[in-house]
Every structure is written in structure tokens, then in C-alpha cells.
Design a protein around this ligand. Structure first.
Ligand code: GLP
Length: 285
């Protein structure tokens, strides 16, 4: 695991979007695992800017979302299909046929989950999995005690998750009790993981997930087992980490973090003209 701490949320988002941009430009057929949640909204907003202003091309990429609420149709404003349309799919040149979000309305939810796993395999597996983290350490909707060998399945949402996400619903009772989620094993099989967490609300769970003992009680600790996992934090979310100096030294030193360093210092030339300001100027295509 590599951990990069950026001074603030905007710069953390800038780095994550820059990494995604790089991988997408390297491989236009990239298979991306996508996450939802408030943290990701800024990442998608930046990707939309990069599409509009720098021609970032989504035409051939494939996407698989981590999860979806059971019982919400895709057009429901709280469904993750709707979230993705609103924040990314509806604003870039992605082929809707290449976007996959579990169908929370499927009559046979077990078959839906199995088909989702098969669809990922048919696409050759996930190249890059974008991840957020729930306040209880969930990944996707893998709630505490999720097995590390788990695959796409229906999960009952925990009280902590219901408390975290209920404000997004017009009334708490409207929030579904269950969701379909990729399993921990499904997530761990991706080639690269990219976890983003920002804000002091995440500091305690981030410290447990990254530096604590591996336990299914905190599903995000499973990422410690992944061989290519990059964690991007802002200072606030990194506030509970014990070894920040060491992570900083890794960032300064490791050859495989060269791309991160380049994005961060903006020494990217005309191919990656990234700005840290939210106001993005038009760039050379
Ligand atoms: C939801 C999603 C998770 C995401 C989490 C974080 O619960 N199912 O995949 O990690 O939200 O949300 P936020 O970014 O709003 O803190």
C-alpha cells in the first residue's frame, strides 16, 4: 500500500482525477470500477472538466459500479445509477452500453449478482478500482464482518451506514435496507486500487483501515492485502495516522510514485496540464 497525503481535499481530488486521466489515456479500453458517495462527486466533476476542456475520451472505456440499493429503479434520484448519470455518465462521451451498475430491481437478485461477476470477467477484470470509505470502514456496501472471500451479493445495510446515508433521502424511512455490492474478493481482484478519503470525519476510520489490524470488522483493512493500492488523503483525513513521515518519505522516494509526483508538481507538459485551482483554463488538445 502507498499513501499520499495532500494539503487539502481539492488537491487530493486533483491527484486522483489526474491518475484516472493518465490511466485512461494510456488505455482507452480501461475497465474502471467506480464508487459513489459525496467524496467522489468532486472527482467526477473534475473528470467532466477534463473531458470538456482537455478532450479526455471515455468512448471506449468500460465501467462497473461497486453497488446499488435494492428496490430503487435506475431513474430514482437516490439510486446509484442516477448518481452516476448525474455526475459522470450524462456529461461525458461514455457509451451507456459500457456502463454497469447492479440492478437493484432485479426479480432474482442472486442471479443478478452472479451475472455481475460474470460481466466483470467477460470484460477481462477491473483494471482500476476507485474506492471511498464508509464511516464504519465499509468498501462499496461490504459492511463489517464481510468475508474477504465474498463476491457480489446482497448486503443488509448496517445502522452506521443507514445513519451516514439517510440524510441523502427525503425521509430516513425511504432509505432501502439492503443493497447489492461487489464483494471484498471482487474488489481485491482488481489490478489497481485507488482509495480517496477527505475530511476530518474520516480520520479515525482511515487510521484503523490503513494502520490497524486486518479484520473483517473493518472491511477496508482488506486493502492491506492488495499489492497495488494507492491511498490518497487530505491532511484532515490523514489526521489519525501514526506514520505520516514514513508515507511522506515513500512519496518522495519510490520510483512507482513518479507519476503522482509529476501530477502533483504539474510538471506534466501539454499531455497532462493539470491545475490545482477549481477554475480550469482551456488547454491544448
Ligand atoms: C456509500 C458507498 C460507498 C462509499 C461511501 C462513502 O456508502 N456505498 O462506496 O465509499 O458511500 O461516502 P462519502 O463519500 O459520502 O463519505
Amino acid at each position: 500500500m502507498k499513501i499520499v497525503v495532500r494539503p487539502d481535499g481539492g488537491e487530493a481530488v486533483e491527484l486522483v482525477a489526474g491518475m484516472i486521466r493518465h490511466w485512461l489515456e494510456q488505455n482507452p479500453h480501461l475497465v474502471m470500477g467506480l464508487a459513489t458517495g459525496r467524496t467522489m462527486e468532486a472527482v467526477y466533476a473534475r473528470l467532466v472538466q477534463l473531458h470538456q476542456l482537455a478532450g479526455l475520451d471515455f468512448a471506449q472505456c468500460r465501467t462497473f459500479n461497486l453497488d446499488e440499493y435494492v428496490g430503487l429503479p435506475g431513474h430514482h434520484h437516490n439510486s446509484y445509477r442516477h448518481y452516476m448519470h448525474q455526475h459522470l455518465f450524462g456529461k461525458v462521451n461514455i457509451d451507456p452500453q459500457n456502463t454497469h451498475v447492479p440492478n437493484g430491481m432485479a426479480k432474482d437478485l442472486v442471479a443478478e449478482c452472479n451475472n455481475y461477476e460474470e460481466a466483470i470477467i467477460r470484460c477481462g477484470g477491473i483494471d482500476l478500482q476507485l474506492l471511498g470509505i464508509g464511516n464504519n470502514g465499509h468498501l462499496g456496501f461490504n459492511e463489517p464482518i464481510s468475508g474477504f472471500n465474498s463476491r457480489t451479493r446482497v448486503q443488509v445495510l448496517s445502522q452506521a451506514t443507514r445513519l451516514q446515508n439517510a440524510p441523502l433521502f427525503s425521509a430516513p424511512k425511504e432509505m432501502p435496507r439492503c443493497a447489492i455490492t461487489m464483494g471484498v474478493k471482487t474488489i481485491l481482484e482488481c489490478r489497481q486500487c485507488l482509495l480517496l478519503a477527505t475530511g476530518e470525519d474520516k480520520a479515525a476510520i482511515v487510521a484503523q483501515a490503513l494502520e490497524g489490524p486486518i479484520t473483517s470488522m473493518i472491511p477496508a483493512t482488506a486493502l492491506q492485502l492488495h499489492t497495488d493500492c494507492l491511498v490518497v488523503l487530505d491532511e484532515a483525513a490523514a489526521g489519525g495516522l501514526k506514520n505520516k513521515d514514513y508515507y511522506h518519505a515513500m512519496f518522495e522516494t519510490l520510483p512507482e510514485l513518479e507519476l503522482c509526483r509529476t501530477i502533483v508538481t504539474n510538471e506534466t507538459g501539454p499531455q497532462l496540464p493539470l491545475k490545482t485551482s477549481p477554475e480550469v483554463e482551456p488547454v491544448n488538445k
